[in-house]
Design a protein around this ligand. Structure first.
Ligand SMILES: Cc1cc2nc3c(=O)[nH]c(=O)nc-3n(C[C@H](O)[C@H](O)[C@H](O)COP(=O)(O)OP(=O)(O)OC[C@H]3O[C@@H](n4cnc5c(N)ncnc54)[C@H](O)[C@@H]3O)c2cc1C
Length: 554
């Protein structure tokens, strides 16, 4: 945290040197004393401080300066730092002007030149002003700031990206936050350019793609080496586990993630069935801990960076990356998981990100305070979302297409839902229309037994309606089932025969795919158990199989 600034501004070099020296001597341990010889230059420098969100405690400014008088400077500085204390340095002849400034321009004090000895004529007054300022000073946030419209999908994407990459940031809503408006003015940016991301060094980007934000933040997207023992694709729970155990077992390991570590689990508000956490833990917490552990064991993590293809060159597996780069390795673990099935409903795409979300980020929950939320889906993820959002929303309705909550919803969750007063479950119900001008305002619900429809006001529609595996990048190389899940182990053996193109004299290992040395773990795998615990278990097990594979090919 940087020290609060005391500004001294005077066009007379001797006076400026003297005031700067006296202020540094007395306040230098607690404040940063800055000096300039013109109001115009000082105002520009103050704007830069504002962009970096650095605190200013006091302006001590000469009244008579060419270009911009002290009073003019102080009036302008109010816009940037309304809470800073303001004092004029005046000669005897200017006392009347100084008193007028106190009355008209909300200046706190005037100080007469010369002020010797400062112990008697300077520090007492300045101490009072600084004590006053300290009493109401709240240290400003000094990380990344995002300014935007609450319902803008752009803003949501950037906030979600920062949150999931564990980048501390402050959200400033342009509709409700005065400091957001002020910041925009300081930056000279129109509200049509929102969202903007302001970095701790004062630089900012308007409407940036997340890759640009990642670059500016220095997130690593390029591999340090051309070749690794093991590359893990996807940093959900399975991939994180594979990377941690791979590196812990001495393999030179690269983990590649196209969005942010955590995968689907990173969106889970509370994972209650993970061993060792009797009161549950949030997916974000689990991911944060796993990333720390991975780094400690020396895993290199690239994010955001996607793998777009794979090929085999003898004993080397080569992965193509979305930036056109390539990386080679001895073994690959596919942990690319699944994403969510989209609903084909009029109005839904247009409002996606503006009150309509697939697997909504938890960061949105506060926005729905006292709202009326609809959740589509009958499995665990929908149930968990209902429980979480019910803490903020006035009412939560779960819309289930079938006659009951899904078989895949755990009994404990069904019991919790039944015991929560502001959650209602509507069976045989589907959404047929979503409406709203700028964000979701209402939905139409159809009962699929009676065909009756009903239009209901809705603050948000959150969709948890099934999944599609992320395996396009494996097409033509690794065998997949009809839905795109990666087939492994005994499922590859048809009537006792090894898969087509299998070149080595043994059957595929349990988690091995149709290509020797390429393994699949977690939700992406055909007939996997799905879930955090099994994914983590498979990640660990795959590393043992990688060792067996490497032992055999060496
Ligand atoms: C809201 C919610 C709540 C849940 N709650 C629970 C729970 O309480 N208990 C439980 O056991 N399970 C829960 N689940 C399910 C659980 O999160 C998943 O089973 C688990 O995350 C699967 O882990 P995974 O690593 O196999 O895949 P994923 O978590 O899907 O991770 C895959 C990762 O791979 C990345 N990726 C994909 N393609 C590429 C590519 N080409 N290049 C690079 N990276 C790529 C993705 O961005 C993603 O981060 C929940 C899921 C959701 C959505």
């Amino acid at each position: 945290m940087s020290k609060p600034v005391i500004w001294t501004v005077d066009d007379d070099p001797d006076v400026l040197r003297a005031v700067e020296r006296d202020m540094r001597r007395h306040y230098g341990d607690r404040y940063r004393v800055m000096s300039l010889d013109s109001g115009i230059a000082a105002l520009e420098a103050t704007k830069q401080l504002k962009l970096r969100n650095e605190p200013v405690a006091l302006f001590l400014v000469d009244q008579r300066m060419p270009g911009m008088s002290g009073v003019e400077f102080l009036e302008k500085s109010i816009e940037l730092y309304p809470d800073a204390k303001r004092a004029l340095l005046t000669a005897y002849a200017d006392i009347d002007a100084a008193i007028r400034a106190i009355n008209n321009a909300h200046i706190d004090h005037y100080l007469m030149k010369p002020w010797d000895p400062p112990e008697e004529r300077l520090y007492g007054v300045v101490d009072d002003m600084l004590d006053d300022w300290q009493a109401s000073y709240h240290p400003a946030f000094q990380g990344v700031r995002v300014v935007g419209h609450q319902w803008s999908p752009y803003s949501t994407e950037i906030r979600d990206f920062l949150g999931r990459n564990f980048v501390p940031h402050e959200w400033l809503n342009i509709e409700t936050d005065e400091s957001a408006k002020q910041l925009l003015k300081t930056l000279g940016v129109e509200s049509t350019s929102l969202p903007i991301v302001v970095f701790p060094d004062g630089e900012f980007l308007t409407k940036p793609p997340v890759a640009e934000v990642a670059r500016k933040l220095g997130l690593r997207t390029k591999a340090e080496f051309p070749f690794y023992d093991l590359v893990v694709v996807g940093a959900g729970p399975s991939g994180l586990a594979a990377a941690v155990y791979g590196a812990a077992d001495g393999l030179h390991t690269l983990l590649i993630e196209r969005e942010a570590p955590g995968g689907q689990a990173g969106r889970s508000s509370r994972i209650e069935n993970y061993l060792g956490f009797p009161t549950g833990l949030s997916g974000n917490d689990l991911a944060r801990r796993a990333v720390a552990q991975a780094r400690r064991f020396g895993v290199e993590i690239l994010a955001p960076q996607a793998v777009t293809g794979v090929r085999v060159e003898g004993s080397t597996r080569v992965l193509k990356l979305s930036d056109g780069g390539e990386v080679g390795c001895r073994a690959v673990i596919i942990a690319s998981g699944i994403s969510f099935r989209k609903l084909d409903v009029p109005g839904l795409d247009r409002l996606s990100g503006s009150g309509v979300y697939y697997y909504a980020p938890m960061s949105q929950a506060f926005s729905y305070r006292d709202g009326n939320i609809y959740i589509v889906g009958g499995a665990n993820s929908a149930g968990q979302a209902a429980m979480y959002f019910s803490k903020f929303a006035r009412h939560v309705t779960i819309l289930v297409r079938g006659r009951a909550l899904s078989d895949s919803m755990s009994q404990y969750l069904e019991d919790e839902i039944a015991a929560t007063k502001n959650i209602e479950v509507r069976l045989n119900s589907v959404v047929t229309v979503v409406e709203g001008k700028e964000h979701c305002e209402s939905i139409t619900i159809q009962n699929n037994e009676t065909n009756a429809t009903e239009k209901a006001p809705a603050t948000a529609l959150l969709i948890y309606a099934g999944a599609v595996p992320h395996t396009d990048w494996l097409a033509g190389v690794v065998e997949r089932d009809s839905q795109g899940y990666v087939i492994s182990g005994q499922h590859l053996m048809l009537e006792g025969k090894r898969p087509a193109g299998w070149t080595i004299g043994r059957d595929p290992f349990y988690l091995e795919t149709s290509v020797p040395g390429i393994f699949a773990v977690g939700d992406v795998r055909h007939r996997s158990a799905k879930g955090v615990t099994s994914g983590v278990g498979e990640g660990a097990m795959a590393v043992k199989l990688v060792h067996q594979y490497l032992g055999l090919v060496q």
